[in-house]
Design a protein around this ligand. Sequence first.
Ligand SMILES: Cc1cc2nc3c(=O)[nH]c(=O)nc-3n(C[C@H](O)[C@H](O)[C@H](O)COP(=O)(O)OP(=O)(O)OC[C@H]3O[C@@H](n4cnc5c(N)ncnc54)[C@H](O)[C@@H]3O)c2cc1C
Ligand code: FES
Length: 345
Amino acid sequence: MYTLKVVKIIQESNDATTLCLKQPGLKKVKYSSGQYLTLIVRINGRKYIRPYSFSSAPGIDEFLEVTIKRVIGGVVSNHLVDVIKEGDVLEVLQPLGDFVLNPDVDLSGKHIVLWGAGSGITPLMSIAKYALHNKIGAHVSLVYGNRNPSAVIFKDKIEALQEKFGDTFSAWHFHTRLTIPVNNPNIIEGRINPNKVFSIMKNVGDFKESLHYICGPAGLKESVKTSLTGLGLDEKNIFTEDFELVRDPADFENITTQMVSVEKNGVKELVEVIKGKSILEAGLDANIDLDYSCQTGSCFICKGKILCGEVKMIGVQKPLDELLADECLLCCSFPLTNDVSVLII
Ligand SMILES: Cc1cc2nc3c(=O)[nH]c(=O)nc-3n(C[C@H](O)[C@H](O)[C@H](O)COP(=O)(O)OP(=O)(O)OC[C@H]3O[C@@H](n4cnc5c(N)ncnc54)[C@H](O)[C@@H]3O)c2cc1C
Ligand code: FES
């Protein structure tokens, strides 16, 4: 755990703010572009934990930067945007995440294509800056979707990258509500449409060797993935990051509200897990101090050992072989039987 001071706050768009955090004097925070920082905040006496991708790039930006976009009704995002001020300190966990440029792959000559919408731009911005400044890959393309131009996060920073790296960086903006026609082929009306992009994208290197990073809503991920694989790209060249897990209601058909025993540090508590809530959410609502970060089944911090009963895991993002047979991820676990008992490990 680190305690970092907020040294600067930047208003990036009408509803997004960057917090610039000062590196600690001694134990520096080491991270890779594309990773995220887990913020721990206390609001009205309750502890909340939320991950935010770095929008800064290591070795390029002076500060550790995270950029937060408001979510309507969101507890932590609105608190960070409205309440946190310069001089405040934030507790954070060590950087996590594997949405990064693969260190084991030779990226020279490769086209790196970044697809994002809304707040999904944050890890892509970090990757773009890192790749361009370090001359990694032959070309970086950014395809970014927003409601309208005023919702674009990092507008000036994207333009600055275009100016500085003109030959090796291209950016396309899609706007679902572009009311004024713009005489610029790189500003396109509608949702991100991969086919439109491919028809005008610079042909750099071998398409089959290009690398694609997608961060945005599930719909964007699916449409880009389908287009890419349809053109013959191997799925191993596609990397995705989910900010939010969208679950299929059909997965909950055989789940009902159950009492679940949660044991931590020798203390057992009986928690009501209402249908649709994960054991993690129910435990947090019951004020149990549980460790977690992503809540999307990818960081594995919320691991629990199933002592009794059966749970169903829904939405786990990583291969389950990382878990032992009697382990589960509490953020993705829902009780199937009325005798579930879990031990926090
Ligand atoms: C790996 C990772 C990296 C992330 N990086 C960023 C980042 O760089 N910038 C950023 O702004 N956010 C990022 N997020 C999302 C962030 O962690 C929070 O989920 C988000 O700020 C909402 O938290 P909240 O407490 O305000 O909302 P909550 O009070 O938890 O939720 C309120 C409502 O909003 C919905 N909701 C939750 N998250 C989202 C979302 N992302 N978009 C739309 N609706 C949502 C919930 O379903 C709920 O209905 C990231 C998430 C993950 C998993
Ligand atoms: S909180 Fe990350 S896997 Fe559960």
